[in-house]
Design a protein around this ligand. Structure first.
Ligand SMILES: [Zn+2]
Length: 238
């Protein structure tokens, strides 16, 4: 480590240009996005696409995770939080994970020695990694190499610049002050929550189709609010 150039720019779009607010997408568009993805990260790309981020893969992972918190707020009209029981007094504590609760993003790279270093991974760097965890970590480190020198980068070099929102969150219990901690993975939490939130769209379409016999395309073109109301009417048998 030369100790001098720990911070540098990350290739791709200027991280300062990422949108701070995302528009609320159609729930049908979200359902399709979830259905067509073949992996969790594929779902991330599709969900952000439905929220107006045409291609998130050039962004650093730390930016993508913060975009997901914006998407969560746009779809569910509240911020992500995880509820955990205190290990000492068993009172439930909310761990807030809104965009204003997590550390701000700043671009990073790290030098590991003369002429060799790593930059923060982008979404594109995560595509098509080997299934084996150890091989995947090695391949990711190779993809994120910077500098002219060859040879192994420092062990866990990528951990030093990690800005993803995946790790352990700790708060003091609101009741007794004991430490309450939980491992959280924002990509997993947001994709699972949005998939659950839009799962009833298929049921709504089925109810309307069964009751009124409309074409699928007609039903799918209905605005979200109208589809929900019509499905409720169709389901009630009125
Ligand atoms: Zn407690």
């Amino acid at each position: 480590m030369d100790g001098e150039s720990h911070y540098g720019s990350v290739p791709g779009p200027d991280p300062d240009t990422w949108p701070r607010v995302l528009p609320a997408p159609s729930r049908l568009a979200l359902l399709r996005a979830v259905e067509e993805a073949d992996s969790e990260f594929g779902e991330v790309i599709a969900l952000l696409g439905a929220c107006g981020v045409a291609d998130c893969t050039p962004y650093p992972v730390g930016v993508i995770d913060r975009l997901l918190l914006q998407a969560y707020r746009a779809v569910l009209h509240r911020d992500l939080e995880v509820v955990v029981a205190c290990p000492a007094c068993h009172v439930f504590n909310a761990l807030p994970l809104g965009i204003d609760d997590v550390p701000g993003y700043s671009p990073r790279s790290a030098w590991c020695g003369p002429g060799i270093g790593v930059r923060e991974p982008t979404g594109a760097d995560l595509a098509d990694l080997p299934g084996n965890g150890e091989e995947a970590a090695l391949e990711l480190e190779l993809r994120c190499r910077i500098g002219p020198a060859e040879g192994p980068a420092a062990a866990n070099a990528l951990d030093r610049i990690d800005q993803s929102l995946c790790g352990t969150v700790r708060v003091a219990c609101v009741e007794c002050g004991a430490e309450v901690s939980e491992f959280v993975d924002v990509q997993h939490l947001v994709t699972a929550a949005i998939a659950e939130a839009v799962a009833d769209v298929d049921t709504e379409i089925h109810l309307i189709a069964s009751r009124y016999g409309w074409e699928l395309a007609t039903i799918e073109s209905l605005p979200d609010g109208r589809r929900v109301r019509l499905a409720a009417l169709a389901g009630s048998g009125i």
